[in-house]
Design a protein around this ligand. Sequence first.
Ligand code: HSE
Length: 429
Amino acid sequence: MKKRVGVAILGLGVVGGGTYKTLVSHRDFYLKTQNVDIVVESVLDKNRERLQELGVPEECIANSIAEVVTNPAIDIVIETIGGVGIAKEFVMAALKEGKSVVTANKEMISKCSHELERIAKRNCCGLYYEASCVGGVPIIRTLLDGVQANHITEMMGIVNGTTNYILTKMAQEGKDYAEALKEAQSLGYAEFDPTNDVEGFDSTYKLSILSSMAFHTKVPYTKVSREGISTISAQDIANGQDLGYTMKLLAIAKNSEAGVEVRVHPTFIPSEHPLAGVNDAYNAVYLRGDALDDIMLYGKGAGAFPTASAVVSDVIYAATHSEIKYSTYKNTAAAEGDVKFISNFSSAYYMRLFVEDKTGVLAKICGIFSKFGISIVKIMQKGNTRNENGRLPVIIITHKTNENSVKNATAKINASGLGTVEAVIRVEA
Ligand code: HSE
């Protein structure tokens, strides 16, 4: 017998609208292929124009969250509002009434999944969030049902399309950051206030969700070390290209006996690395498992229909699976007490300096590196364009060292009068 499942959609913005259209246009297809009749029973959005534009029938328009969550015809509530205010309030109301929730909300899941999951468990309903990370790319289902045979030891992802678009334009067209950002805004990739994307918050939320799942331990978003792309110069991107590197904003998670390392920052990767070819607004996640070796998932990380694809796949999953699965780890606000987070992580580094043009200056700077145990792979003068103080540009590539040593060496050089460190970029092999 065909199963009938009623859904409600909260918020008909870009993703909610794409979800509504997908559910309505594919209803017969899901009936035929999944043996389930998914019916949009109700939508909640204050914007009447938007409701009209999408052709939502009058009888499906709800006036309040209470009306939605007390409707016995609704089994699953889809939240596509975003943020943690009203969205969290509505999701909690739905879970308390025993409705399973499907959400695209990375900030809410990253910050509050422990609270929401507790309510879901108590009320025997599910909480699904494939669309919260990497849009249409099924990374969460892959972690849950595809690679669970493995100890995942490493994950590196380009999980934010806006920043990837900006960095691609800077690399391919030599645009500076402000120009590339403006273009991303005019195309609708970047928001009017781009902080959430360009300063790495969006990637941080996603990395906290994905690494918790990959490593089966809670990784609070506050443990993710974060640096955005707003201070990156086209010059450094071009210098990296000359050295065989491509710059990406990477979300990196590593799990070893030494501890868990989670960080988001602009990174140089070898230009032949699979992630280096992920351009424009595309996303990709590269995973390493002990049995699997490496895999990479690639696709659109944002947009109405790619994200709706993830939302609807969760709806279908929830509608066709009676057993509800929750986190494989202890989902609490804080990390488990015995998990060590490594903030002084190891990496190779690219450093750009302006140095005094005097005999012995480079020897003294190399002495500072040596004092902090940093071994240099390459040191080169890059062009003859002096800065306003008459200093010359020098690039240094280090062997693997650690974050604190580089910070200490940078402070020492800046205080020495020998030169200034203008840029520090981590290099991943
Ligand atoms: N703003 C995000 C991005 C999409 O640029 O990738 C939603 O997470």
